[in-house]
Ligand binder design. Sequence first.
Ligand code: ASP
Length: 299
Amino acid sequence: MTAILVHGGAGPHAEHRDAKRAAAVVAVEAGWAVLAAGGSALAAVEAATRVLEDDPLFDAGVGSYLNADGEVELDAIVMDGRNLTFGAVAAVQRVKNPISLARLVLSDSPHAMLAGPGAERFAREHGLTVPAADLLAPEALRQWRERRNGTARTPGDRAGVDQAGAVGDTVGAVAIDRHGHVAAATSTGGTRDKWPGRVGDSPIVGAGAYADDTSGAVSCTGHGESIMRVCLAYAACAHMAGGAPAHVACERAIQRLADRTAGQGGLIAIGRDGRLGWAWNTPAMPYAWRDDTGAGTGI
Ligand code: ASP
């Protein structure tokens, strides 16, 4: 079984619902093209995630939410289920496709995770940086100016941690290739108005994503401060390792997030058998999938 599944973030999604679903389908097709050509699950999730990073409708890459200083600051992770290796980047600026930077950390560095200026230097050496303005969507800047309203933020400000208003539009993908290898990817601009340097669940292995050929692959989204506390992606993989189908694993994991943290979020999963699952406890989460039997999309 060959399959790929993408999400466009758990959140309110009050607007642009059709456009977000359509974008998820374009991303799935990009990943599917890689799988159909015999490419790896790892390459497929990177290709799919890049499409959504390049789309200003989503909180990843171009068009990300701005932090309290009005800057785009990005987190991403990619994980290879063959051998549990991963690459991650955190709080990095001026990188157009952080998922590709994360993959380079995996393949071209002796490390697993790079953060801040060191991650940006690594990106520059690999030709992956762009001017900061290239990542700024006019709408994100307008909203930031409107909300900011002259008030300085502190890490304790509720404005930066209000779950309902802060999350949504993070992107991610999971895939299984013809060799039965799984991979997961997650990329985000984080939460709206976050404190500079704040890192959420997305680039944290086991929280924002996990992939293991012996269980499956998972990509998460939602309130990072809550998701990290239950290691949401690993929790879903553990359910699959215990024999739960992907959709049951997702439902159990999101239930635990709600029960233990009252957190809001969502996740997608693919089992080692190629079956798919998703769950969320926010109003909506755009997703799209394709496998050997067909394709679908929802929000
Ligand atoms: N999980 C992301 C974070 O906390 C946000 C999101 O998924 O919307 O940074």
